[in-house]
Design a protein around this ligand. Structure first.
Ligand code: ADP
Ligand code: MG
Length: 700
């Protein structure tokens, strides 16, 4: 293989799909059957030659050149290192990549993709890619990776999740800007090691076989797609750009022509569906290679839609075409080689996927950052709590210290507060005592003064007579002055009393006047019994000195109570209602609870209307006037000819006869109308018509 050629195609723009062909060795059965080998593989030139076993060497060998070809001697490691390894490296740079194995059943697709266990040297592309991915990640520095896997199967055009417990559930494809085509609700598992991802693959493979009657049959008729999504971001750079590499590892269904002959029911359906996906793949490849039609029929099948990016889009793609060497496979091998040869020309445009919308890594990073922030806050909180506890402890300690110190300030076994309180109380008592003492002092002083006065008096009595006269004159004067003032006071009081009396008298007069007026009004304008009623109701309230009227309904009248219904209920209740109450149901608003009372007709007090008696002549005239329009004889003859009297006398029988005759006439007339215009009624043409003539039909 020209390895440089492959390396040169790792550039960013237009990159062709890599097509490698692998021819498996002849198996024991083939060897035993002595089948001829018709395929020649030339790995050094990338050439495959195939000889038609049917024409015994007359025809020239068909030769096909590919990016790389692998013969029976090639090892799994060789194939991986030369083809898949560079592609997986690209995935780790943020490119999309697809490796799919195409070929007839039994040619080694599964062997190529998965390998055969348990020999590690037999590991296929999938397992080797796991190793490469996780080795690369473990060696990388300052990078963060998130590896997710999904595993799905397309069987009979239905997508099933091989990692979901529900094997019956089918999944739909969706397309979104920035994401591309994806399987909606497909489960995905985050893997942290090659072991984990291997386990995921193993679980998926187990699921693949469930429900299949024949595992080989099933796997040859279904497409298995193992998806690895690697999200990566530089932890060092300031702006953390996320890149995503997606790797699709596909083990396609057998490309052999599904024989429809004899296939019925489920088998036929299955055959047609397998053909549908693979023929759609062929059509997509053809359309891409042809390039004439811009429309690529990706939507024709689930497989082509999933491979949309891998074929002609943003992906690096490797197609491994598996062939068998034996002569009996010639036709299928040739078909595969032609198919693969065409696929070589598909041009892809791979580019690094930066900042995709569905990056889980970003979400994880953000979540981690959020959690870290939370953790930091929690730590801070914890620290604060600790500080608080320490402070609390310190304050408690301080408090204890204060209490201890306070206890030291105790006086005579009492603490300082109690002591002060007691002192305060003693002080107040003393103050009170002082006040009382003062009061007593004053009293004593007053007593002393009085005693002094009387003593003085006694002393005075027993001194000189002159002094006594003087003293008594003085006293008399004093008393006289007092008498005078008292007299004046009496006069003043009398004067005041008289004035008050006068005022009161005046007011009394006014009131009497008013009362007289009121009495006059009462006597002259209020009926005596009404007055008496009011007088009976009027009362004087001694407490506030005012008059008031008793309520209109005297208290002694007993208020009429609601009659109680026979059942003791507040309202009359029907028997039904009572039963309903006993049964705990509502008895109200029930149809059975409503009484229908028919109104009794009132005796009639009026008589029927009887018309006035009309003279027979007038009656006849009125009848004539009230006759129906049909009965009117429209006569064009002069009015004088109409004899009202005679018409009135005409019997009903006659009139009916006349009507019949007229009807015949009218019918006859309508038939004659086309030829005889104007002669509408049976009047002679000479007499002028009373009504305007109809124009009739215009003769042609
Ligand atoms: P497919 O998946 O295309 O139907 P398998 O991968 O099941 O084919 O291969 C059929 C058989 O051939 C398996 O037993 C496998 O081990 C064997 N086989 C296929 N390719 C090779 C190879 N290159 N070297 C050795 N054995 C192979
Ligand atoms: Mg297989």
């Amino acid at each position: 293989m020209d390895k440089n050629k492959f390396a040169a195609r790792r550039g960013p723009s237009n990159e062709a799909v890599q097509v490698v062909v692998r021819c498996r060795p002849m198996n024991a059965k083939e060897l035993a059957n002595g089948f001829k080998k018709v395929v020649d593989v030339h790995p050094s030139r990338g050439v495959i030659e195939i000889l038609n076993p049917r024409d015994d060497g007359k025809e020239r060998k068909k030769s096909f050149t590919f990016d790389a070809v692998y013969d029976a001697m090639s090892t799994q490691e060789e194939l991986y290192n030369e083809t898949a390894h560079p592609l997986v490296s690209s995935i780790l740079d943020g490119f999309n990549g697809t490796i799919f194995a195409y070929g007839q059943t039994g040619t080694g697709k599964t062997y190529t993709m998965e390998g055969s266990k348990p020999d590690p040297s037999q590991k296929g592309i999938i397992l080797r890619s796991f190793d490469q991915i996780f080795n690369y990640i473990s060696r990388s520095k300052n990078m963060q990776y998130l590896v997710r896997t999904s595993y799905l199967e397309i069987y009979q055009e239905e997508i099933r999740d091989l990692l979901s417990k529900d094997r019956r559930k089918t999944y739909e494809l969706r397309e979104a800007a920035g994401i591309g085509v994806y399987v909606k609700d497909l489960s995905s598992f985050v893997c942290k090691s090659a072991k984990e991802i291997e386990h995921v693959m193993y679980v998926g493979n187990q699921n693949r076989s469930i429900g299949a009657t024949n595992m080989n049959d099933h796997s040859s008729r279904s497409h298995a797609i193992f998806m690895i999504t690697i999200e990566m971001s530089d932890t060092d750079s300031f702006k953390k750009i996320i890149r995503v590499g997606k790797l699709n590892l596909i083990d396609l269904a057998g490309s052999e022509r599904q024989s429809k002959t004899g296939a019925t029911g489920e088998r036929l359906k299955e055959a047609s569906k397998i053909n549908l996906s693979l023929s759609a793949l062929g059509n997509v490849i053809s359309a891409l290679v042809d390039g004439k039609n811009p429309h690529i029929p990706y939507r024709d099948s689930k497989l082509t839609r999933i491979l949309q990016d891998s074929l002609g889009g943003n992906s690096k793609t490797i197609m491994v075409a598996n062939i068998g060497p034996a002569s009996y496979n010639y036709d299928e091998t040739l078909t595969t080689l032609r198919y693969a040869n065409r696929a070589k020309n598909i041009k892809n445009k791979p580019r690094v996927n930066e900042d995709p919308k569905d990056a889980l890594l970003r979400e994880y990073q953000m979540e981690i950052a959020r959690l870290k922030e939370k953790l930091r806050l929690m730590k801070e909180l914890e620290e604060k709590k600790e500080l608080l506890a320490r402070e609390k402890y310190a304050s408690e300690k301080l408090e204890m210290k204060i209490r201890a110190m306070e206890s030291k300030l105790l006086c005579g076994g009492k603490n300082i507060i109690d002591h002060t309180n007691e002192q305060q109380r003693a002080l107040e008592q003393q103050k009170q005592e002082i006040a009382e003492r003062k009061k007593r002092e004053v009293e004593m002083r007053q007593k002393l003064e009085l005693q002094e006065e009387s003593a003085l008096e006694i002393r005075d009595t027993y001194t000189t007579l002159q002094q006594e006269v003087d003293y008594k004159t003085k006293k008399l004067k004093k008393l006289f002055a007092r008498l005078q003032s008292i007299k004046q006071e009496i006069h003043d009081v009398t004067e005041e009393f008289n004035a008050d009396r006068r005022d009161l008298e005046a007011a009394q007069n006014e009131l009497l006047k008013d009362l007289k007026v009121r009495y006059l009004v009462i006597d002259n304008f209020i009926p005596a019994d009404e007055k008496n009623k009011l007088l009976l109701r009027v009362r004087f309230d001694e407490s506030d000195g005012s008059w008031y009227l008793l309520p209109l309904v005297p208290d002694n009248i007993v208020t009429v109570k609601r009659p109680v219904s026979s059942g003791g209920e507040r309202r009359p209740v029907s028997d039904y209602g009572r039963v309903a109450i006993r049964l705990g149901r509502s008895h109200r608003y029930q149809g059975e609870n409503i009484l229908n009372l028919d109104l009794e007709p009132h005796p009639r007090t009026t008589s029927d209307y009887t018309g006035p008696i009309i003279a027979p002549k007038i009656h006849a005239l009125l009848e004539e006037a009230m006759r129906e329009e049909d009965d009117l004889d429209v006569d064009a003859a002069p009015l004088s000819n109409i004899n009202f009297g005679a018409r009135a006398k005409q019997s009903r029988k006659d009139r009916e006869k006349e009507k019949l005759l007229k009807g015949n006439k009218a019918r006859k007339k309508s038939s004659d109308l086309s030829s005889q215009s104007g002669n509408f009624l049976s009047t002679p043409p000479s007499t002028p018509p009373l009504f305007p003539k109809p124009r009739g039909l215009i003769p042609k």
